[in-house]
Write a protein that binds this ligand. Structure first.
Ligand SMILES: [Zn+2]
Ligand SMILES: [Zn+2]
Length: 349
């Protein structure tokens, strides 16, 4: 999908989805994006010829979910034209997101950190999966939040169990070339425990663990907390290790303080990957810590931490940073093929 250019003439559903993707990729207002995704969902189930008929009769906007601007896009696509809105967005947002990291990006086979509308993401599971397929991923790990993060609708054990059935169903529809993997972004509790039952953690394939609360904890305590989590055999990836925010509409905040040598040593010892979080508002770990983890021999995972389909493409930012830090591709676990990744993730169980 990222490769589609303005010369391709897309059908109405594809044009609407492409517009939403580009808006999300360009970090534009999510409210605008939802309108295009809703319009695509509104016309998708219509019988053949019905969209054309509504365009001819000028009645497109009678459909719930289709407004003036999405209607224009649909009408142009039905006439076989490139919608003006799409052409503008292709120019503005389709180019590379970062000045470097292209070779590394091409070497990535998937993404270990993504959210759906089951927690605080904006799109259904299948939409995230379809977009990952279009980006050429071999796998995407679905990592919705854990129960304690109530603000993000964290999943109870029961909801997570239901989600796993949905993941199975999505995989059945998608066939064998791509796999949606079962995962979680589990909260690291104050004492270093993980915020989900062992039974459920054991049913998952890849587990990202992150600190989301008490970021200002005293450094000794924070170090103990992170090291204890890293020793937990279920933990595979240390998510956004400092929790800092450097830009964006959530404001900025400093990272938590901890003894990074001790934490990264625990990561090396336990085969836990340090996440390079690609979100521009995070840029986590900060460069000094990224270089320390590199020098200490850590594994890495370049993750999008996407909360919308278009954000899946933000891996560009993380690849640029990893390349600048000179991290070899084979130390980045999502350059690995699926079976090697899964064997690594299950190695301590
Ligand atoms: Zn997080
Ligand atoms: Zn996340």
């Amino acid at each position: 999908m990222a490769k589609a250019g303005s010369n391709d003439v897309l059908g109405p559903v594809a044009a609407l989805r492409r517009i939403a993707f580009l808006l999300e990729r360009g970090r534009e207002d999510t409210f605008k994006v939802q309108a295009f995704r809703k319009a695509a969902a509104a016309i998708l189930p219509l019988p053949p010829g019905e969209v054309e008929r509504l365009v001819d009769e000028g009645r497109l906007t009678d459909l719930p979910g289709v407004g003036a601007s999405s209607g224009k896009v649909i009408a142009a696509a039905v006439r076989g034209e490139v919608p003006e809105r799409l052409a503008t967005l292709e120019k503005a947002h389709a180019g590379p997101l970062a000045p470097g990291g292209r070779a590394l990006r091409a070497a990535l086979r998937g993404d270990l950190h993504s959210h759906s509308d089951w927690s605080d993401g904006g799109s259904p599971i299948e939409e995230m999966a379809f977009t990952a397929v279009e980006l050429g991923h071999d796998y995407l790990v679905l990592t919705d939040h854990s129960p304690r993060l109530t603000i993000a609708h964290g999943l109870s054990a029961e909801r997570l169990a239901r989600q796993l059935d949905v993941v199975d169903a999505v995989n059945e529809h998608l066939g064998g070339a791509f796999t949606l993997l079962k995962g979680i972004e589990v909260d690291i509790l104050d004492d270093g425990g993980l915020d989900q039952t062992d039974e459920m953690l054991g049913r998952l394939q890849v587990r990202v663990a992150s600190v989301h609360s008490k970021l200002k904890m005293e450094p000794d305590q924070m170090t103990k907390r992170m090291v204890a989590a890293t020793r937990n055999p279920f933990m595979n990836v240390l998510g956004h290790c400092t929790g800092r925010l450097v830009t964006g509409n959530r404001g900025v905040r400093p990272g938590s303080r901890f003894d990074a040598e001790k934490v990264f040593a625990a990561c090396v010892e336990n085969g836990v990957a340090v996440e390079i979080n690609s979100r521009p508002e995070r840029r986590d770990p900060p460069t000094k810590l990224l270089e320390l983890a590199r020098d200490m021999g850590c594994l890495f995972s370049i993750d999008s931490d996407s909360h919308a389909p278009g954000q899946l493409d933000m891996l560009d930012y993380g690849c640029h940073r990893a390349e600048e830090a000179g991290i070899e591709p084979d130390r980045i676990v999502n350059t690995w093929e699926r079976d090697r990744l899964l064997a690594w993730a299950a190695a301590r169980l």
